[in-house]
Ligand binder design. Structure first.
Ligand code: NAD
Length: 258
């Protein structure tokens, strides 16, 4: 008798990705489509949605786009239900949309940044999951993956609003893993380190090199595809016994002392 019985294919599964118009979200959309999933590409910016959908559809894979501002609760409910209706179900949610901000605690507009960070990076994640829940409860392979950050494990100076939200994403992941486990819905979290995306493009290549050499075990920034594969691993049918975990995908940044 063969021992290996679990399945590593997401072919035919329906996945909704937030912030899929750029960086890691776009890489996740491409990879999941390449693996045969139906990809709901959602983002704040219509041009980005259209571009990513075209990139996927033009190579014969399955994607459809929706503009969705994750700070708009009504839009979330509308889009999640539209996706569920179009594909007669929804199996996986990838909470990824994000913004970055460096703002000192004593700067005049601090509270506005705080509110924005919590809104986009944390409250939105909860809302997307709540809207998707009725579909996930009917899925045979229900998966939630939340993108946190190494800022959810430690902190960088002047990044408190962002860091608090990213710590919150880890708390949300653990709490919902506990709550939804009885329904076999797995909830996991990825903590990306320094990744080459538009979010980090304002940092010069020479600064990136110096930082990576000093702080990152593997000596380089990561690529969006590095994150996409980690997301995929959590979404495989065979990942059914992994829940509530936080996986740093940071080239060893967090474990390096000196
Ligand atoms: P990115 O800027 O390339 O992509 C972010 C996407 O989110 C953009 O397409 C943007 O339009 C979208 N977005 C922003 N606000 C939105 C909103 N209100 N509604 C819907 N979409 C919105 O950034 P990225 O680096 O790919 O970031 C993806 C995630 O990874 C974010 O949650 C970010 O915080 C996190 N992260 C990034 C890094 C890094 O080094 N790049 C490190 C750790 C964590």
């Amino acid at each position: 008798m063969r021992l290996s019985r679990m399945n590593r294919s997401i072919s035919g599964k329906v996945v909704l990705i937030t912030g899929a118009g750029s960086g890691m979200g776009r890489a996740v959309a491409h990879l999941f489509a390449d693996e045969g999933a139906h990809v709901a590409v959602t983002d704040l910016l219509e041009d980005r949605v259209n571009d990513v959908v075209a990139e996927i559809v033009n190579v014969g894979k399955s994607a459809h786009g929706w503009v969705m501002d994750v700070t708009d609760a009504k839009a979330i409910n509308y889009v999640v239900n539209a996706v569920g209706k179009k594909y007669a179900g929804l199996d996986m949610v990838i909470n990824n949309a994000g913004i970055n901000m460096l703002v000192p605690l004593n700067s005049p507009g601090y509270e506005k940044y705080w509110e924005k960070a919590v809104d986009v990076l944390l409250t939105a994640y909860m809302r997307v999951i709540r809207a998707a829940l009725p579909y996930l409860q009917k899925s045979k392979c229900p998966r939630i993956v939340n993108i946190s950050s190494t800022e959810g494990l430690g902190a960088t100076k002047y990044n408190s609003a962002y860091s608090v939200a990213k710590h919150g994403v880890i708390g949300l992941t653990r709490a919902l893993a506990v709550e939804l486990g009885a329904e076999n819905i797995t909830v996991n979290c990825i903590a990306p380190g320094a990744i080459n995306t538009p979010m980090t493009s304002q940092i010069s290549e020479s600064d990136k090199k110096v930082f990576a050499k000093r702080r990152i075990v593997l000596g380089r920034y990561g690529e969006p595809e590095d994150i996409a594969h980690a997301v995929l691993n959590f979404c495989l049918p065979s990942a059914q016994y992994i829940t509530g975990t936080v996986l740093p995908v940071d080239g060893g940044w967090m474990i390096k002392n000196a």
